[in-house]
Design a protein around this ligand. Structure first.
Ligand code: NAP
Length: 248
């Protein structure tokens, strides 16, 4: 294993709120310099401020992941500026739900682009600087929906299932270079993404989940922290389900 001599550099996409924000704050408190990526500049600056108040180091990078060139350029610039890249957390995600018969091609493509294709671009761009450092941690946020499917989410489920195949393939291609690749599959986590669910669904969720509650973003961040750490160094190609037992 490579000795850690300097501060590790971590990129977190979708760091402006929700799970990504919690991941960024956790990696910063673990000692990483964290590059925060999303579209909302004001929200990114607020997260940076919180990290700095806690004694951490962060930078902000406004970027639309639907634009592959912009995203690849952002990652390359972060790696160049720091002369290293150690951790990439592909967390940004979006939904455009609808039953299959009513789902438009545009809604399918938009969800695939941000949830799946951007992760491919991210991992591909991050691979070279990680190989240079002979250390890397790629962590892709999938969903239990990618494992079980979910009515009304054909696009999202396809994207999240695709992330599993992508992650396992990267683990096989880059293991010999000191790079691990893993996915985390959250269940229902309390964020803006789930805030739109009606009260009936919310009550139903709480009854279906063995732990009888929604997960908190910090509980996904803990899993990321482990996979990004030296303690997680022999774990690769895995899907870590963090769902309160929903799919067990
Ligand atoms: P959220 O609160 O809706 O946050 C989504 C994040 O993604 C925001 O920071 C948003 O930033 C960013 N984002 C979306 N589209 C983007 C784009 N085109 N370019 C750049 N950034 C973009 O969602 P969340 O609940 O934290 O979800 C985070 C991840 O966990 C997603 O991949 C989601 O699929 C997954 N997940 C969530 C749950 C859950 O229950 N919450 C369950 C399973 C999986 P801007 O708007 O500032 O760009």
């Amino acid at each position: 294993m490579t000795e850690q001599t300097e501060q590790r550099v971590a990129i977190v996409t979708g760091a402006s709120r929700g799970i990504g924000k919690a991941i960024a704050k956790r990696l910063a408190s673990d000692g990483c310099k964290v590059a925060l990526v999303a579209r909302n500049e004001e929200a990114l600056n607020a997260v940076k401020g919180e990290i700095e108040q806690d004694g951490g180091v962060a930078s902000t990078h406004v970027c639309d992941l639907a634009d592959c060139n912009q995203f690849a350029g952002t990652i390359q610039a972060i790696a160049d500026e720091n002369d290293r890249l150690d951790v990439l957390v592909n967390n940004a995600g979006m939904t455009r739900d609808g039953l299959l018969l009513r789902m438009t091609e545009e809604d399918f493509d938009a969800v695939i682009d941000v949830n799946l294709k951007a992760t491919f671009i991210g991992c591909k761009t991050a691979a070279r600087p990680m190989m240079k450092g002979r250390f890397g941690r790629m962590i892709n946020i999938t969903s239990v929906t990618g494992i079980s499917g979910n009515a009304g989410q054909a696009n999202y489920a396809a994207a999240k299932a695709g992330l599993v195949g992508l992650t396992k393939t990267i683990a096989k291609e880059f293991g010999s270079k000191g790079i691990t690749a893993n996915a985390i599959a959250p269940g229902y986590i309390e964020t803006d993404m789930t805030a739109v669910l009606g009260d009936d669904i919310k009550k139903g969720v709480e009854q279906m989940v063995p732990l009888r509650r929604y997960g908190q973003p910090e509980e996904i961040a803990s899993a990321v922290s482990f996979l990004a750490s030296d303690d997680g160094g022999y774990v690769t190609g895995q899907v870590l389900v963090v769902d309160g037992g929903l799919t067990c």
